[in-house]
Structures are given as C-alpha cells and as structure tokens.
Design a protein. Structure first.
Length: 132
C-alpha cells in the first residue's frame, strides 16, 4: 500500500476513535444527568444543577450520529439549559424561599429525561455497532 493509503487508513482509525470517545462521553453524561434528576425531592426544595461539560465539547461534532439521536440530545440539553437557569434564578431569589421556581424546574427536568431516554438508546446502539 502507498503511504497515502496508509495515512488515510490511520486518519479514519483516529476519527472513529474520536467519535467513540465523544459518544461514550455523552452517554455517560446523559446517564449521570438522568440519575441526578432522580435525586431531586420536592420536600427539600433544593434545585439541582445538571452537567453539560461533554456536550459543550462535543456538540459541534456529532454528524456521525443519526439525526434523531442528535435531535434528542439537543432537546435534552436545551431542557438542561432551562433547568439550570431556574436553579440560578432560584438562588438569586432566596427571599422567596428555595423552590420558588420548582414547577418550572420540574417541567424542564421531565423534558430532559424524556429526550435523554431516546438519546441513550441511540448512543448505546451506535457504540455497539461501532466497537471496532
């Protein structure tokens, strides 16, 4: 094989490795956020912020995923953006008592969980299909 062909093969190998890393990182972050959502309890009124670090790093490089998976991820992380905004607002309005924005927060969290259920399946399937 020519040096060009070997270089192309190596480049494709590296690209697949980067894609697997992005997909597995997102899958871990999606699962973490869904687990985090389950720890919220209206009785303690503490709104929990969600994590978006992997999403922030990978969101512009997900063209390798099906459009439905990309849409589920965008929807879930948009809901996180809203939920985290309610957390910030709640912290700034403590005079009203924690939990002032609880209903809006819960609605955002429910949207996130629904979107992430679809995203989790799509990411898991992609990782299974692209192991090697």
């Amino acid at each position: 094989k020519s040096a060009y062909e070997l270089g192309q093969k190596q480049q494709l190998k590296e690209e697949l490795k980067a894609r697997r890393a992005a997909a597995s990182g997102l899958l871990a972050e999606v699962r973490h956020n869904v687990q985090l959502s389950a720890t919220f309890s209206p009785s303690n009124h503490a709104l929990i912020p969600f994590v978006t670090d992997i999403w922030q790093a990978a969101k512009g490089r997900l063209e390798f995923l099906d459009s439905e998976v990309q849409e589920s991820l965008r929807g879930g992380y948009a809901a996180i953006g809203l939920a985290n905004a309610w957390v910030t607002k709640d912290l700034h309005h403590l005079k009203h008592g924690q939990g002032y924005y609880e209903k809006d927060y819960v609605n955002s969290v429910q949207q996130m969980v629904k979107a992430f259920q679809e995203a989790e399946k799509g990411l898991s399937d992609w990782l299974r299909d692209n192991q090697h």
